[in-house]
Design a protein around this ligand. Sequence first.
Ligand SMILES: CC(C)(COP(=O)(O)OP(=O)(O)OC[C@H]1O[C@@H](n2cnc3c(N)ncnc32)[C@H](O)[C@@H]1OP(=O)(O)O)[C@@H](O)C(=O)NCCC(=O)NCCS
Length: 428
Amino acid sequence: MPKTASLKIDDQELELPIIVGSEGEKAVDVRKLRASTGYITFDEGFGNTGSCQSEITFINGEEGILRYRGYPIEQLADKSNFIDVAYLVIYGELPTADQRSAFSARLSAESDLTEDMVRFISGFPKSTHPMSVLAASMNGLGAYYPHLATNNHKHDLGHFDDAAAIAMAKVRTIAAHSYRVTRGLPLNSPRAEYGYAETFLHLMFSEPGQDYVPTPEVASAINLFLLLHAEHEQNCSTSTVRMVASAGANLFASASAGVSALWGPLHGGANQAVLEMLTAIHEAGDDGSKFIEAAKNGEARLMGFGHRVYKNHDPRAKIIKGSFDKALESLGIIDDPLLDIARNLEAAALSDDYFISRKLYPNVDFYSGLIMNALKIPVDMFTVMFAIGRMPGWVAQWHEVAANPKSKINRPRQIYVGPTPRDVPDSV
Ligand SMILES: CC(C)(COP(=O)(O)OP(=O)(O)OC[C@H]1O[C@@H](n2cnc3c(N)ncnc32)[C@H](O)[C@@H]1OP(=O)(O)O)[C@@H](O)C(=O)NCCC(=O)NCCS
């Protein structure tokens, strides 16, 4: 393999170093390009740009491979759980028994919110989207724990275990509170005896005098959902977290920026958009076939299909689809018009040349939206659930930036295409 790449530009010949990752991924190192030639690279959407070197997640989109810290997602989904995977993603190794109990104890200890924080969350108008409450409250954690959020990475890293546990534990409580506040419902307190997924469901659905006790199938479906979303390398929200972290910002501020990016319908908002699309198709009396035609004509977008990186299949979609029928069966859901439409869309798209030639396959959001709907998670909470799942990834990526002594502020360049110099008229 060559050690350099040659670039001929304006009669100048330049040798650019090649960087090879541990899985054989290759990159041309252009860091000296502008200084040597005056040129920059142009890569709108960053489809060909490596923004960092990272040890956390490996994805091969062509082959549908996803690994956290070297472990295949299929094996983790089969043999592990969200908390162990969160530990793995954040600390680099699966926990020992002692590490697991210490980590779980830390999360339990940090589960509740202070009265001040509850007041802050309760102050939002009832019409607020829970993602808005979540983004504001995650950033607000810096106000309640100022000693963990000094914006001095060296100091903040010294308290990283505390900050990581607070982010992981409180995101779930804030999320459930945001749901109940926006519905005018009384808030529930976490229960130390419940696991992570069970606690979330209790916080969401218990009513005064009537505890919500999920079936094992429901708790394990939530657990699987969170595990599958725990990390996904340099996607839009994670790149945002790293971008904010690169300026020296604290973990809570950086994670809050991740929540905001995730809210977009082309990213984490896609699972909500899937349900809204299915509902609209149903209300229009369509079985999905008209919508497929509209998508092919560019008049509609088939939400839950296509992926920037996976161009073969989304391995998470395969896993979640596998557990999908089991979850529906345990919930006694046999007939559902939205499910029928979803199955029609899936079958039509998988056999239609428009979708095949563009490598558009169902992604994880297509099935996760359906599962969460079956679990009676409200539609506006779908993306919030994604954010709870993704927190370990954001925490780990923040740490990677903060702990890297060579880390630089992220600052892309641009090609300016606006007006060339002109004078302001005398009369404006
Ligand atoms: C995920 C997504 C943003 C990836 O975008 P991308 O890699 O930039 O792909 P592009 O937008 O360049 O699309 C390539 C082609 O496929 C088409 N296409 C992509 N996704 C499509 C979809 N969901 N429905 C219909 N057509 C789609 C585009 O119109 C384009 O067609 P063209 O070549 O005729 O112009 C895109 O597939 C999408 O919007 N999907 C729906 C939203 C979603 O599910 N997001 C969650 C991702 S996990």
